[in-house]
Design a protein around this ligand. Sequence first.
Ligand code: FES
Length: 162
Amino acid sequence: MCTNELLHEKFVELDAFIDGLEEKEGSLITVLHKTQELFGYLPKEIQLHVARKLDIPAAKVNGVVTFYSYFTETPRGEFIINVCMGTACFVRGAEELLKEIQDKLKIKAGQTSTDGKFSIDALRCVGACGLAPVVMVNGKVYGRVKKEQLDDILATCVSENA
Ligand code: FES
């Protein structure tokens, strides 16, 4: 299936999801979750589509997208590396871990590598303080992480998904 057909199918699925909602007003966040799940991110043209379907101003959609850090307007990598920067992790060296990961992948937190493989995010407490410092890759939790383990963690997540 070519990219355009794939994209078209995603729009069809999104429209069916929106049409199936009992009440559209007040469903913006639910719709944006579904949209990001389908497309991987929320660029302006897709936000506009959502605004038209829900019959609300595009600025309102953009306001929600930019307010919640979960939503993103740029494509995310295949592997999303979350470094917890909450207090417990911070005092146990999370800042150094983050710097090391940024140096290894040559991108900053909030960015995606040019090959589309990795994105890095710095998060607040992820609720696993006993395991501080914590790094998550696509939701998989790595605890008491040391700088020396980072190469292995990155290599493992890539090979497990190969
Ligand atoms: S501060 Fe990192 S898990 Fe709580």
